[in-house]
Design a protein around this ligand. Structure first.
Ligand code: GLN
Length: 494
């Protein structure tokens, strides 16, 4: 098989099986993607494409396979979110301050993927330091969603964020799969906006070592893929204990693909009443009800549950995340990494570097974070937010007494235009209303494309599971996917 459109339409699992059957080579597959990346460069999904490296890696992969030595991701060309440090390849985190920063080390997760045989197509675009829900805060320009609204008059739409480049690449067929990171929804929301599967595993499942830190108690890496099986395969390759990350958890990585039995009979699915928000489009609510019916038809039991502290999740997140960010970003001072803008003395150099190097949203977060951590406000904001975070985690803990998983919408809207929320940070933060609670509680949560809105734009449903319940989440997600039978392909796919 050599037709390039056919190659680009393969899922990761299908490509793996054809590679194993020697029907295609990694070089052929990789070349098809390199060509697609060039043809669809206007999506701006990549900050740094690495075609030469990709070809070298693909050749090496084909050679390994010929020797009978093939890993779980052998020969599969993927996008790597630019938040992962990659040895010898510029890693910017979407920020001007890290422009030109070329790490001398490899993040654990990207290293795991290369060890499993994956091929790197390039570093994908993202919101600056992963702060955003639209990919509009990247220093390297907006990313376009490959989907267009039927009534939108060709107005470009955001792919969601912060992993917008990865989402656009996978949806637009510029990568077979990609990595994302999720602090408050950055894997799940862009997956929902672009009609792909995004899985944030349990906090501690994937190592954070070598990932540029945003909010360390929330950040988690996860796969962004075309379907649930691909998510299972890729998570298996990414996950694992890492002694270099003290919050990574020492438990064996299960065979996630084997969890996709299609059988959820007797599984209890919780439907939390607090996730019904005023003003959300009727289509979102309708899809949620449809999702409940699909799972019921597959033999699950539906349970009404309550997560009473849900309404505090967003304000809590927007205190905790900026607080940690302000501290994590203190290291960008013009001395050690990337950009330096000179001044009349050392303090002046710090100020100039940070003023020029950080974009507006990042500066806003550093200001908010510094404020909530300052003497006099620490107790009123940060400490209180920490306490509420505990209550939110406890809500979930109690819910697991009566259900095995929780079903909710992923986001309160479909993809929006570049200008729609750009001047209103609060409207932007509201995007995260359904994704942030699971992040605060450290729980695994997946977004599955489940339907289209009236404009033909993708909508996602979210399944949240108990800590280390990835197999259950994937199993139910597989059932949801089969029932939804989502087949829409974007207008701007390569
Ligand atoms: N949209 C959220 C924020 O701006 C979440 C981002 C993320 O998960 N990295 O903080």
């Amino acid at each position: 098989m050599s037709d390039s459109n056919e190659l680009l339409s393969l899922t990761l699992a299908e490509a793996r099986d054809r590679l194993n059957a020697r029907e295609i080579t990694s070089v052929e597959l990789t070349d098809a993607y390199i060509d697609a990346m060039e043809r669809r460069s206007e999506l701006n999904a990549y900050i740094t494409p690495t075609p030469e490296k990709a070809r070298d890696m693909a050749k090496a992969s084909d050679a390994r396979r010929a020797e009978g030595d093939a890993g779980a991701m052998e020969g599969l060309p993927i996008g790597m979110k630019d938040l992962f440090c990659t040895e010898g390849v510029q890693s910017t985190a979407g920020s001007h301050i890290l422009e030109g920063f070329t790490p001398t080390y490899e993040s654990t997760v990207s290293g795991n993927l290369w060890n499993a045989g994956a091929v790197m197509l390039g570093k994908t675009n993202m919101d600056e330091f992963a702060m955003g829900s639209s990919n509009l805060t990247s220093y390297y320009g907006n990313v376009q969603n490959p989907f267009m609204a039927a009534s939108g008059g060709n107005q470009p739409l955001v792919p969601g964020g912060s992993s917008g480049g990865s989402a656009s690449a996978v949806s637009g067929r510029l990568a077979i799969a990609a990595t994302g990171t999720d602090t408050g929804g950055s894997i799940r929301q862009p997956a929902a906006f672009t009609g792909i599967v995004g899985f944030k595993p349990t906090y501690g499942r994937c190592s954070r070592w070598g990932i540029v830190a945003f909010a360390s108690s929330l950040d988690q890496a996860g796969p962004m893929t075309r379907d649930v099986r691909d998510s299972a395969i890729m998570l298996g390759a990414m996950a694992g204990f890492d002694p270099k990350d003290s919050t990574s958890v020492e438990t064996a990585v299960p065979d996630y693909e084997a969890a996709l039995t299609g059988d959820i009979r007797g599984m209890r699915i919780g439907v939390p009443k607090e996730y019904r928000v005023d003003g959300a489009p009727a289509e979102i609510d309708g899809l949620w009800k449809q999702g409940v019916d699909w799972l019921k038809d597959a033999g699950a039991k539906i349970v009404d549950i309550s997560l009473p502290h849900t309404k505090y999740a967003l304000p809590t997140y927007y205190i905790v995340a900026p607080a940690e960010a302000s501290s994590n970003l203190a290291r960008y001072d013009g001395v050690r990494f990337g950009l330096r803008v000179d001044g009349k003395d050392l303090n002046d150099m710090y100020a100039h570097t940070r003023a020029e190097g950080f974009g507006e949203e990042v500066q806003r977060r550093v200001l908010v974070g510094t404020y909530v951590l300052s003497a006099g406000y620490y107790d009123a904001y940060y400490l209180k937010a920490q306490r509420i975070r505990t209550l939110i985690a406890r809500d979930f803990q109690e819910a697991w007494g009566s259900c095995d998983l929780i079903l909710t919408p992923t986001a309160p809207s479909a993809a929006f235009g570049f200008e729609d929320k750009a001047d209103d940070p609060i409207a932007m933060y509201l995007n995260d209303v359904f994704t942030v609670p699971a992040s605060l509680a450290g729980l695994p949560a997946i977004s599955v494309p489940a339907g289209l809105d009236k404009d033909g734009l993708p909508l996602g449903l979210q399944l949240i599971g108990p800590a280390f319940g990835e197999e259950t989440v994937l199993r139910a997600a597989g059932v949801l996917e089969t029932a939804a039978d989502f087949k829409a392909t974007p207008q701007l796919a390569a």
